[in-house]
Design a binder for this molecule. Structure first.
Ligand SMILES: [Zn+2]
Length: 335
């Protein structure tokens, strides 16, 4: 298991809790900063049958550690959005490949978890259940989990990982011991990315809003090529370009494009207000040129529009049509 250097402090805090761990932990903070890795590390440690003498790490060789590393520990369950269930949600296969696409954890999955926690541990120790990300549970799934949170069976550790804990039910929040994860500072994040062999770490880190693991995902060459292709189009756009662009990009995942547009608009607006580019730093020159010709009030309106598009983006019935509307409105922002 890898401990990301910026999460060392949180790890030490968790080790302090050992022996008196609450039944339910909520790891929350931005996506892409290593919450899941730390949750898995904690699971491995509490399940380990022969932890290292200092209590800081699992042994890595006992049957429990072996199963955990094989992903087959009988006392461990992990709930994540199921890709197979997503076939119903997304008609377009490209939609499922996006690192930003929304996916759900179903009631059936939560029921599997509630059955799991009722059984006694195979190895006589704790049983650990991990939910990632917790906000992927719909209301029915979250309600199905509540009973387990309210009356947890003994010897259960439930770890919820959430990138947007404000979207969780208050009843869920109040039942969990919350552990907050923060963004590392840029130097730490960049040197870690460099160690991982990520080139242009600066640009990826900016696109990821400072979250290093997300940055390493976004550094994917294919993703970057698609992003640059789309943003190049935004650098000069009239109504005719908008229609052509919508046709040209109709096969791309809509969540990616809405996300790029949102960051692009954020950068244009912040150029107006503070003179700074935050996200699309490799397009700074183009953004500066566009910002001079952009109407601030129209941009603020368009940002609200994008927010709404993002919320409804789970069912992209007609990507080209949605994109046409968005790009036409975008083209109208400039003198
Ligand atoms: Zn072990």
């Amino acid at each position: 298991m890898i401990l990301h250097p910026w999460n060392e402090v949180v790890w030490q805090r968790l080790l302090h809790l050992r022996g008196k761990l609450p039944h339910s932990l909520l790891f929350h903070g931005r996506a892409g900063i290593g919450k899941l890795a730390l949750a898995e590390q904690l699971a491995e440690l509490v399940l380990c049958e022969n932890p290292q003498a200092d209590g800081q790490a699992a042994c890595g060789v006992c049957p429990s550690c072996h199963w955990q590393r094989q992903g087959s520990h009988p006392d461990f369950i992990k709930l994540q959005p199921a890709m197979l269930d997503e076939n119903e949600l997304h008609d377009d296969p490209a939609e499922r490949k996006s690192p930003l696409a929304g996916q759900k954890i179903s009631v059936a999955q939560v029921r599997e978890l509630t059955q799991f926690v009722q059984l006694s541990a195979h190895r006589g120790g704790l049983r650990v259940a991990l939910i990632h990300p917790a906000e992927a549970m719909n209301v029915a799934a979250a309600n199905a989990l509540l009973k387990t949170l309210e009356e947890p069976p003994p010897n259960i550790l439930l770890i919820l990982v959430s990138h947007q804990s404000s979207r969780l039910l208050p009843t869920i929040l109040s039942r969990c011991h919350q552990i907050r994860f923060t963004l590392p500072n840029a130097d730490v994040a960049q040197s870690w990315l460099a160690q991982q062999g990520i080139r242009e770490a600066n640009a990826s880190l900016a696109q990821a809003g400072g979250a290093p693991l997300l940055a390493s995902t976004l550094a994917d060459a294919d993703y970057q090529e698609r992003r640059r292709g789309f943003l190049n189009g935004l650098s000069r756009m009239n109504a005719a370009d908008a229609l052509r662009g919508a046709e040209q990009h109709a096969k791309q995942p809509l969540p990616d494009m809405v996300h790029w547009l949102q960051q692009w608009l954020h950068d244009l607006v912040s150029l107006h207000l503070t003179g700074r580019v935050y996200y699309q730093v490799d397009f700074e020159q183009e953004l500066r040129g566009m910002a001079e010709r952009a109407n601030l009030l129209k941009m603020l309106d368009f940002q609200r529009r994008l927010q709404a598009a993002r919320a409804s983006v789970q069912h992209p019935l007609a990507v080209q049509m949605v994109l046409e509307d968005l790009l036409l409105e975008y083209a109208g922002l400039f003198d």
